[in-house]
Design a protein around this ligand. Structure first.
Ligand code: PGA
Length: 236
């Protein structure tokens, strides 16, 4: 299974370092072999040397090696930390930062060409969910436009926008139905994200076609993220 933590705009360099030490020790002591991905803010990237199953990724980057793109980081800056995992298409980047599908597809093409493991996010807003599963799938599949769904280091995260950071997770039936339709289209591992917490981790990981979770808010506390990793181990 894949257990991923998205820090968003939380944690400092110092607190990320402490987090990684606690997490690394926990994973080792518990013998957890599931894939653990951590996406800290770019200021807290670290050249971590831990077990291969704990990987640090970047939440966003500009699709260029280097150049004049004020405020952005490119491949050269990421490579310094040995980072080879990236999150692309997160709903906060689509909806708050205004990234278009075309820009997202460019990022995907660039970082897949560079051999990155890509956690690619899709998910519908509330009004689309209310229209029913057909509208949901139409919306989600449109978010694959320009994306090479056969890329071998692709991981797809289904994250309904209305469930992100709201405390309102999708129901198990909604998750199962959506993942089941997504797996007809893309053969990459499928994660669920959106208000995952310790209390619902077990039931979500038990859903058919769900191969992991992408956790925001509940991952910021290292102890709760460790608990989720331990739950994944029990189910693996
Ligand atoms: P959340 O965020 O767990 O706080 O809902 C999930 C995400 O944005 O990846």
């Amino acid at each position: 299974m894949i257990i991923a933590a998205n820090f968003k705009t939380n944690h400092t360099r110092a607190s990320t370092k402490a987090y990684m030490q606690t997490l690394g020790a926990f994973v080792e002591n518990e013998g957890i072999s599931d894939d653990i991905l951590v996406f800290p803010p770019a200021t807290a990237l670290e050249h971590i040397i831990t077990d291969d199953n704990i990987r640090m990724g970047i939440q966003n980057a500009y699709p260029v090696e280097k150049g004049s793109f004020t405020g952005e980081v490119g491949l050269e800056q990421i490579a310094e930390f040995g980072i080879k995992t990236i999150l692309i298409g997160h709903s906060e980047r689509r909806h708050i930062l205004g990234e278009s599908q075309e820009e997202i597809a460019k990022k995907f093409a660039y970082f897949s060409e560079a051999g990155f493991e890509i956690v690619y996010c899709v998910g519908e807003p509330k009004e689309v969910r209310e229209e029913g599963i057909e509208a949901v799938m139409q919306y989600n599949l449109a978010q694959f436009e320009g994306i090479d769904i056969h890329y071998d280091k692709l991981i797809v995260a289904y994250e309904p926008v209305w469930a992100i950071g709201t405390g309102l997770s999708a129901s198990n039936e909604q998750i199962e139905e959506t993942l089941s339709k997504l797996q007809e289209y893309v053969s990459a591992p499928l994660l669920y994200g959106g208000s995952v917490k310790v209390a619902n981790t077990k039931e979500i990981l038990a859903i058919k076609h769900c191969e992991g979770i992408l956790v925001g808010t509940a991952s910021w506390d290292v102890n709760s993220f460790c608990e989720m990793a331990a739950i994944a181990k029990q189910l693996s």
